[in-house]
Design a protein around this ligand. Structure first.
Ligand SMILES: Nc1ncnc2c1ncn2[C@@H]1O[C@H](COP(=O)(O)OP(=O)(O)OP(=O)(O)O)[C@@H](O)[C@H]1O
Length: 708
């Protein structure tokens, strides 16, 4: 995928907050014009894309791997456009246009024809989405570099500001020289005010350019960090679950933190030092002009500086802490399992482990800090030495009267303008190494395959309950482990209510995850309405299918915030109806019938697991989907909540296809069909067995069903 395509939504966000009429049709037409007919159909048939604003436009281009850029309407940009482009004016409706030879054409949505138009008639105010490359383009293996190059504008002002600041930075040494040689040596005090005024002016310019440049660099690095965070997060969401679960949470956190490392690339003194480094050439040229061959001395010293610092840096890097990752993992684990640890009373072992890691972490960090201290001290000493050697060599030139004393003083002052940035750049070398690693990791991550592809563009028919068929599904979570599902074949009719039951770890959840398309089978497939589930657009499919996990996930915010994750535009009435249908009336009452109370901060009480499960189930019910996939929706409910949930289940019959796992016999009894799993294989699939026909003694159906 081209990284560019995903960098722009944040840019697009601020440009056109209003909904743009017909933008969806324009986007569909654009895809058709680009020859991407499946993608065009995907957008056209996706019910969740009702209206398109510029953010959605950017997201949809990104989703379908179209590389694009957004800028203010600009003749130069549009005249270079190879593909059709979309102009979103500030006031009028959006248009799709293209350049044909020397002429522009705009697309008429009604006649579906291109019509010639003069350049002057194209909207002049607004933003233009230029299509840069199509999905077939080769994957960019240097995603970060590609992203950097998109932000072309930042380095131009930085270049000019740095140049100006380097030139005005010459002022102080040169004025000092003038004072020494002309005012003192030449006995001409009358020129002093002019020199002072010039020096003040130069200093003013120097300070202003430095401040402005610091702002540009800080804002650029923040933009990078923001874009990279967005890109990483989006990519995380589109990587298949199996890949994500193999990698682990700490890695995801490290990835998100990479953006922070990149933030330090340009901001701060290290960044300024790096930017200034090429401009030290100006100081070197000035030294050469003032003192001739004396310039060789700082040049040789700089080479020595470089060699010594390289060795010292290597020495410092060899002490880079290696335990940081493990230490961070321990902290995460500790925070997550604090309650279990306290209740188990087995804290001694953890204490010892944690204290050991803490001590080792401190030891490694101390050693590293010590070596970095040495690094800084050597860099400082080398700077001093360079200045001193220049002074000592220069004295002979002064005594020879080859150069004036003022020129020597100016040269020594200029040496600091060279060694200063060099010192800063060297002291940032650790940051640079870390950032280099972060960039490489980012590039690798951007190459990870995602679930989205041009083969997955069908949108499901969301208004009818689907038929679902598991066809010889075999699913394993790792090469070395037994399959969680082994050749599972089950047919589920539209509107059927199916209970998946069996002992613990028999593969019930895995079957639900396969139906959701988040766990991918290695063999066999799941078909939905006769189509392989993998043909559907993963986002559209999961927007439609309502899933309730066994472990509730509560996000910071209120009950309303937590429920609207499932349906953004749900009314308060819908939210209340959903929480009640999930059996969570008691939770709603406990919250004072207020949807907007912060769940995590209400008097510092936390939600119980069952309260959380009401919210998870309510989220699923809120979607009013024709496909419900529920993992243990009824576990540990009180009788009133359970009765309500049984009623809800009854009401769903025929309207939605429902797959659920449960150990609750009453709920299982309501199902139209049961699938009994054992060690990942189906041992029975069909209507609830008629117990009386099989048993000589009448037994309750509950007794005959496997009880997990
Ligand atoms: N993400 C995963 N990574 C590795 N193994 C997994 C993963 N999820 C499940 N498993 C393994 O797959 C097998 C089936 O697990 P699954 O959760 O599907 O069973 P289950 O019947 O739902 O169990 P339970 O009733 O305990 O919820 C188990 O052996 C489990 O350890």
């Amino acid at each position: 995928m081209n990284s560019i395509s995903q960098t722009q939504p944040a840019e697009a966000e601020k440009i056109h907050p209003l909904e743009v009429s017909e933008l969806k049709n324009i986007l569909v037409a654009l895809f058709q014009q680009l020859g991407l007919f499946s993608q065009a159909n995907n957008i056209l048939n996706d019910d969740s894309v009702k209206t398109v604003d510029t953010v959605t436009l950017a997201n949809l281009l990104g989703k379908h791997h179209i590389g694009y850029s957004v800028s203010k309407v600009d003749k130069e940009a549009t005249s270079q456009a190879i593909h059709p482009f979309i102009i979103v004016p500030d006031t009028e409706s959006a248009v799709m246009a293209r350049r044909r030879n020397e002429q522009y054409e705009i697309f008429d949505l009604h006649t579906e024809q291109w019509q010639a138009i003069s350049a002057a008639k194209l909207p002049q105010m607004g933003h233009v989405f230029i299509i840069e490359n199509l999905p077939a383009s080769k994957q960019n293996i240097r995603a970060f570099a590609a992203h950097m190059s998109k932000r072309t504008k930042w380095y131009r002002p930085v270049f000019w500001l740095s140049l100006l600041s380097s030139i005005t930075g010459l002022a102080v040494p040169l004025f000092t020289m003038a004072v020494y040689d002309r005012v003192i040596g030449g006995q001409a005090p009358d020129v002093l005010p002019t020199i002072a005024l010039g020096a003040a002016l130069a200093l003013g310019v120097l300070i202003t350019t430095r401040l402005t440049r610091a702002n540009v660099l800080a804002s650029t690095s923040n933009r990078f960090a923001r874009d990279l965070s967005n890109l990483t997060f989006k990519r995380l969401l589109s990587v298949p679950l199996m890949v994500l679960s193999r990698v682990g949470i700490s890695n995801h956190m490290a990835r998100m933190r990479n953006a922070e490392k990149v933030r330090t690339l340009l901001s701060g003194p290290g960044g300024a030092g790096l930017v200034d480094l090429p401009f030290t050439a100006i100081a070197l040229i000035t030294i050469a002009l003032l003192s001739g061959w004396l310039v060789i001395v700082p040049l040789v010293m700089l080479l020595l500086f470089y060699l010594v610092m390289k060795a010292v840096n290597k020495y410092a890097q060899s002490a880079s802490p290696t335990i940081s990752g493990d230490y961070q993992n321990s902290i995460n684990e500790l925070a997550k399992n604090l309650l279990q640890l306290k209740t188990s009373g087995e804290t001694d072992g953890w204490n010892t482990k944690f204290a050991r890691q803490c001590k080792e972490n401190c030891r490694q960090n101390f050693l590293f800090a010590k070596r970095n201290g040495l690094n800084a001290a050597v860099a400082h000493a080398m700077s001093l030495l360079t200045a001193l050697v220049t002074v000592f060599t220069g004295i002979f030139l002064v005594l020879n009267q080859s150069i004036s004393p003022g020129a020597l003083i100016a040269c020594v002052m200029l040496i600091w303008r060279i060694t200063g940035p060099a010192q800063l750049a060297f002291s940032s070398s650790q940051k640079i190494t870390m950032m280099d690693m972060a960039i490489k990791q980012f590039d690798r991550f951007m190459q990870a395959s995602t679930e989205n592809s041009e083969l997955r563009l069908d949108t499901p028919a969301t208004h009818i309950p689907p038929a679902i068929s598991f066809q010889h599904v075999t699913l394993r979570y790792g090469a070395e482990v037994e399959p969680a599902l082994a050749g599972v074949s089950v047919d589920i009719e539209p509107g059927e209510n199916v209970a998946i039951i069996g002992p613990n770890a028999c593969g019930k959840t895995s079957m639900l995850l396969a139906a959701m398309g988040v766990a991918e089978a290695q063999a066999g497939y799941v078909s939905v309405n006769g189509k392989n589930q993998k043909q559907y657009d993963p986002e559209a499919y999961r927007k439609w299918a309502a899933f309730c996990p066994a472990e509730p996930d509560i996000f910071p915010g209120s009950l309303a915030d937590n429920l609207r994750i499932a349906k953004e535009d749900a009314t308060d009435e819908e939210l209340i109806a959903a929480i009640k249908a999930a059996g969570g009336e008691s939770l709603f009452n406990a919250l004072g019938n207020d949807l907007n109370i912060d769940l995590l901060n209400r008097g510092h009480t936390l939600l119980s697991a069952v309260e959380g499960s009401y919210i998870s189930l309510a989220r699923a019910l809120l979607k009013q989907s024709s496909l419900l996939i529920l993992d243990e929706p009824i576990a540990n409910r009180n009788p009133a909540a359970k009765a309500q949930l049984l009623k809800t289940f009854n009401e769903l019959k025929g309207k939605s296809t429902v797959l659920f796992t449960s150990h609750d016999q009453e709920l299982i009894q309501q199902a139209d069909k049961v699938v009994i799993l054992d060690k990942g294989a189906v041992v029975y699939a069909g209507p609830i067995p008629d117990q009386s026909a099989q048993q000589p003694q009448p037994v309750t159906p509950q007794e005959s069903l496997p009880n997990g």
